[in-house]
Design a protein around this ligand. Structure first.
Ligand code: FAD
Ligand code: GLY
Length: 351
C-alpha cells in the first residue's frame, strides 16, 4: 500500500506532552500520543534514534529471554510481541518504511554436554510456563539450518521469537512522528526536566535517565558486529542463540552478531576481548561466520534496572512526570506495549 502523504501543521502553543529522549521508546510514545490528539514535542540531545536503539539486534524474544523470577516482564514481553505485527504493518502503511519484521523463529543451541543439560532445563522451564518449544537433536537442527556445525549437540526451537531491524524501526517512527505533526527537536539536550514548558513530561532517556531524575537506571554496555555475506543469504535463516551470544539474520546476507554484557558505566570504547569471544563462540556453531565481511562494530548502553523490568507510569513524587525507561535487553520488543500503556496513562483511558 502506498504511504499516506498527510502532514500535520505544527502548532505554536506549548505541547501537552514533552518527551525527553528520541529513541524507540520516546518516538513510539510520541507517535501514539499524537495520533490520540495530544500535542507532543520530542527532545533529543543528538540525532533522533541514534542512541541505544540503533545498536540493538532487534530480537523480539520474550520466550528466549524468559526467567521464572521475572513473570511480570515475561507477560509484558508476550503482550508486546502480539502487538508487533500490527505495529509494523501500521508503520509501513503510514510511512512506506518496511521495518524488517521477520517471523523467522529462534533456535537455542548447545555444543557440549553441559550446554545440552542447560538447554534441557530451559525447555522444562518454558514448558512449565506454557510457552511453545520443541527439542531437536543436532542432526534435525542441521537439516533446518545447514550452516550449523556437526559439533552441535542439541537445539531448542522457539517458534514464536522473531525479529525486526531496529534502525528501520526508528527511521519509520521518525517519519510517522513527522507526518503526524509531532514537534521533533534533535540536538536539543535537556538538563532540567522542571524547565520544560509542557503539561506532562515523559522521561524516555534510556541509559541516561538517571542523570535527569532519581530513577534506578544504569548503563549496561553491549558490543556487537554487523556482518555481511558477499555471497548473499543462506548461512542462517533463523535467529541462533548460544552461550554468550546470538546471530540474527536479516534475510538478505546481513547478520547481527551480538552481544557482550558489561558493567562499565558510560564507557563506549570498542574493546577486542568481547568481540573475540563473540566470534570464537559463534564460529564453533556456525563456522561460516569466519567468512563474513565486517560492516560495523556497534556499541550500545542498555538501560538496566535492578529487576530488569522497565519503569512505566507516574513518578511517585512528581505528578507531572511519567517514566518510560529502563527497558534493559528488551526495549525494541517492548516499544508497542510501552507506547500504549504510557498513552493510556496520559489520557486516563485505554489507548
Ligand atoms: P535510547 O535508544 O538510548 O534513546 C534514549 C535517547 O535519549 C537517546 O537518543 C539519547 O540521545 C537521549 N538523551 C539522553 N539524555 C538526554 C538529555 N539529557 N536530553 C535529551 N535527550 C537525551 N532490545 C530488544 O528488544 N531486542 C534486542 O535484540 C536487543 N538487542 C540489544 C543489543 C545490544 C547490544 C544493546 C546494547 C541493546 C539491545 N536491546 C535489545 C535493548 C534496546 O536497545 C534498548 O532497551 C532500547 O533501545 C532502549 O530504548 P530507549 O528509547 O529507552 O533508549
Ligand atoms: N536482547 C539482547 C541484548 O540485549 O543483548
Amino acid at each position: 500500500m502506498p504511504a499516506k502523504r498527510t502532514m500535520m501543521p505544527p502548532s505554536t502553543h506549548p505541547p501537552d506532552v514533552a518527551v525527553v529522549g528520541g529513541g524507540v521508546i520516546g518516538l513510539a510514545i510520541a507517535w501514539r500520543a499524537r495520533r490520540r490528539g495530544l500535542e507532543v514535542a520530542v527532545f533529543d540531545r543528538g540525532e533522533l534514534g541514534a542512541g541505544t536503539s540503533s545498536a540493538a539486534a532487534g530480537m523480539l524474544a520474550p520466550v528466549a529471554e524468559a526467567d521464572p523470577q521475572e513473570r511480570g516482564l515475561l507477560e509484558l514481553g508476550l503482550e508486546s510481541a502480539r502487538r508487533w505485527p500490527a505495529f509494523a504493518a501500521e508503520l509501513r502503511d503510514v510511512t512506506g518504511v518496511d521495518v524488517g519484521y521477520r517471523t523467522c523463529g529462534t533456535l537455542l543451541l548447545a555444543r557440549d554436554r553441559d550446554e545440552a543439560e542447560h538447554v534441557e532445563r530451559e525447555r522444562a522451564l518454558r514448558e512449565r510456563l506454557g510457552l511453545r518449544v520443541e527439542r531437536l537433536l543436532g542432526s534435525a537442527a542441521r537439516r533446518l539450518e545447514p550452516g550449523l556445525a556437526p559439533a552441535l549437540r542439541l537445539a531448542l526451537a522457539l517458534p514464536d521469537d522473531h525479529a525486526v531491524e531496529p534502525r528501520r524501526v526508528v527511521a519509520a517512527l521518525v517519519e510517522a512522528c513527522t507526518r503526524a505533526g509531532v514537534r521533533l527537536h534533535p540536538h536539543t539536550p535537556v538538563s532540567d526536566l522542571a524547565a520544560l514548558d509542557a503539561d506532562r513530561v515523559v522521561l524516555a532517556a534510556g541509559a541516561w535517565s538517571g542523570t535527569l531524575a532519581p530513577v534506578p537506571v544504569r548503563p549496561v554496555k553491549g558490543q556487537s558486529l554487523l556482518l555481511r555475506d558477499p555471497g548473499g543469504p543462506g548461512l542462517a535463516d533463523r535467529v541462533l542463540r548460544f552461550e554468550g551470544g546470538y546471530l540474527v539474520p536479516r534475510g538478505d546476507g546481513r547478520y547481527y552478531l551480538g552481544a557482550s554484557v558489561e558493567e562499565r558505566g558510560f564507557d563506549t570504547a570498542v574493546r577486542t576481548g568481547p568481540l573475540y569471544e563473540l566470534l570464537r563462540d559463534a564460529a564453533e556453531l556456525v563456522p561460516g561466520v569466519l567468512e563474513l565481511e565486517v560492516d560495523e562494530v556497534v556499541v550500545g548502553l542498555r538501560p538496566g534496572t535492578p529487576d530488569n523490568a522497565p519503569l512505566l507510569g507516574p513518578d511517585p513524587e512528581d505528578p507531572r512526570l511519567v517514566h518510560a525507561t529502563g527497558h534493559y535487553r528488551n526495549g525494541i520488543l517492548l516499544a508497542p506495549v510501552t507506547a500504549d500503556r504510557v498513552v493510556e496513562h496520559l489520557l486516563g483511558v485505554p489507548a
